[in-house]
Write a protein that binds this ligand. Sequence first.
Ligand SMILES: Cc1ncc(COP(=O)(O)O)c(C=O)c1O
Length: 358
Amino acid sequence: MQITTTRSSNPVSDERLAEILANPGFGVHFTDHMFTVEWTPDAGWHDARIEPYGPLSLDPATAVLHYAQETFEGMKAYRHEDGSVWSFRPEENAARMERSSHRLALPVLPVEDFVQAVQALVEIDQRWVPEAAGEKSLYLRPFMFASEAFLGVRPSQHVTFMVIASPAGSYFKGGVKPVSLWLTEEYTRAGRGGMGAAKTGGNYASSLVAQQEASSHGCDQVVFLDAQEGTYVEELGGMNMYFVYADGRIVTPETGTILEGITRSSIIELAGKMGHQVEERKFAIEEWKQGVASGEIVEIFACGTAAVVTPVGSLKWDGGEVGTPEGGDELWKRIRQELVDVQFGRAEDGFGWMKQLV
Ligand SMILES: Cc1ncc(COP(=O)(O)O)c(C=O)c1O
């Protein structure tokens, strides 16, 4: 892919950047540049470019604003001790976007072009990658959307893929605290044949009211069950789940309608190497309730790019509650440490997960 570059004539000053990186928050500050490439049926992917970060001018009839034909990804760039910058399994994000694109009738951006786009943006904005201390990173948001101005309901004949980047602070600022969960019995995230396995905005739009329900019950996050039977645990609004048994087995839900996280699949490999039997299967909500009550389940954790791994505390639902599992030896913490150490270049990358960007 041939990329043309127009450098920003007004980059953020070093002083302001230092202030931002000292306390980046999440998703509020954006780097000096952005990457864009366009697609049409005749020309394919074309006009790849890096330009100064700034607002888009969109026709009010732009298809994505009406029919939500879009996909996105979430990943990070990590600075290592020697100053180099790396990302974690970027080809997996590219492959997931390819699967999402199929589901959303969007064109496929080749894996190597996706990775090249991410690398080009991180390279030009490398001063925005925070120092490794405190688990700060540069969050990367590749996204693809229907950019044709047309109100007919059909796949867009003009598509835009972009990458933007935003420095991110540690997820656990005030120390690790188990997340409390709300089990929604009213709303579901994804049905059979739907878009659950795709990373597309509509899934997040539909999760917001359930998240509001969770907050109104004093819970941090919401747990979704399968849409067909309301029996099987799927995932949280933005993280996958793991259940740890007293005998060392660990179970992660697999229903065909969850978003298969890259953290989730990395943990399958890592926990296997650590000697745990890993089961990917349907996991009934009753197994959760009974397993914690009986002491068979000793630990529950959630995982995703943002938090890496976070312990799960109590689960509440309309009319009931099950407490925080007890008796585990903090497997979540060892898995988290191992992943974070690989990401920041402090542990050997035995699986070949890291890709150097700069
Ligand atoms: C719905 C949902 N499930 C799971 C995940 C975890 O995926 P990953 O580990 O690739 O970040 C995410 C985060 O991207 C998510 O939004």
